[in-house]
Ligand binder design. Sequence first.
Ligand SMILES: Cc1cc2nc3c(=O)[nH]c(=O)nc-3n(C[C@H](O)[C@H](O)[C@H](O)COP(=O)(O)OP(=O)(O)OC[C@H]3O[C@@H](n4cnc5c(N)ncnc54)[C@H](O)[C@@H]3O)c2cc1C
Length: 309
Amino acid sequence: MTIQENISLLPYNTFGIDAKAKIFAEYSSVDELRELLTKYRGEKMLHIGQGSNLLFTGDFDGVILHSAMARARFLDDETVEAQNGLRLDDLIAQLTDMCYCGMEKLSLIPGEVGASAVQNVGAYGVEAKDVIMRVYTLDVETLKERVFTNAECRFGYRDSAFKHELKGRYIVTSVVYHVSKGDATKTRQEIIETRMAKLPTVGEVGSAGSFFMNPFVPEEKAAELLKRYPEMPHFETPQGVKIPAAWLIEQCGWKGKKLGGAQVWHKQPLVIVNANNATPDDIIALAAQVSASVKDKFGIDIHPEVNYI
Ligand SMILES: Cc1cc2nc3c(=O)[nH]c(=O)nc-3n(C[C@H](O)[C@H](O)[C@H](O)COP(=O)(O)OP(=O)(O)OC[C@H]3O[C@@H](n4cnc5c(N)ncnc54)[C@H](O)[C@@H]3O)c2cc1C
């Protein structure tokens, strides 16, 4: 286990925000995690992965926890258990090399295995919930392990119970995914190329990926908008009609626009980037202006996918 005090979080968030944490503690086993939770009981705590969906709005006056556990093992021919600190894309690369498929559409999504279950990451029509069988967690209060079935995680669009009623109570320690035998090399390669052409590269341009979630509107609202904007992309779903937030933002003229050091990404307006030493306030102000103009023009609320810390 390593414990550092008063450290910069710059290497630990993909937005490139230079906030500080009072304590940064990294553990290498579930027992070490128990020790840390006991030692810092009562302190403000946040467990992070790669920090690819976080916006530190200032210094963190508490304990940041991070896992150094990053192994994966097969439980049987169709199930693989991965530890929380393994990068999701490293897992998919390993599986693809071993001729296993099922997760390749999630290729190149930044972040670690633990957060994949919290966020229910998704891309190209596949979500983590489609392949997650079980989620192993540690209860922060009782320090006991608890296993969640897929249904108990109550997954939704970029959503799970770990973001709501279970928030802060359970730390995901490992995730069991369902995989099948098959060659996913070509699909993985195509996904990587598509993503690299469209999205900012982590480590080169600061961002947290899609800043906003796609909104769902009632059918009547969609019909009303389609009269005004017949070209509006829209998708019927059980939760309502999904309208791509990127389209709404682009229609409001935001593509490539800057505010301070923050910018709406010129290739994908759903993404806000740290173009030039953006402060958290630059990013927050730009995001607020973007969502206000979407509300104004379309009467639709768009909400951040990014976690403000
Ligand atoms: C360039 C770019 C592209 C992206 N593209 C996509 C995409 O296509 N699809 C998509 O869904 N997302 C995308 N994202 C968002 C991001 O990759 C995901 O949200 C990812 O799951 C975040 O993982 P992380 O390890 O960085 O988690 P963090 O950002 O560190 O944490 C996210 C949340 O999970 C919690 N958390 C982290 N680890 C644990 C744990 N072990 N136990 C309990 N809680 C935990 C944190 O407290 C926080 O609330 C993108 C991000 C970037 C920067």
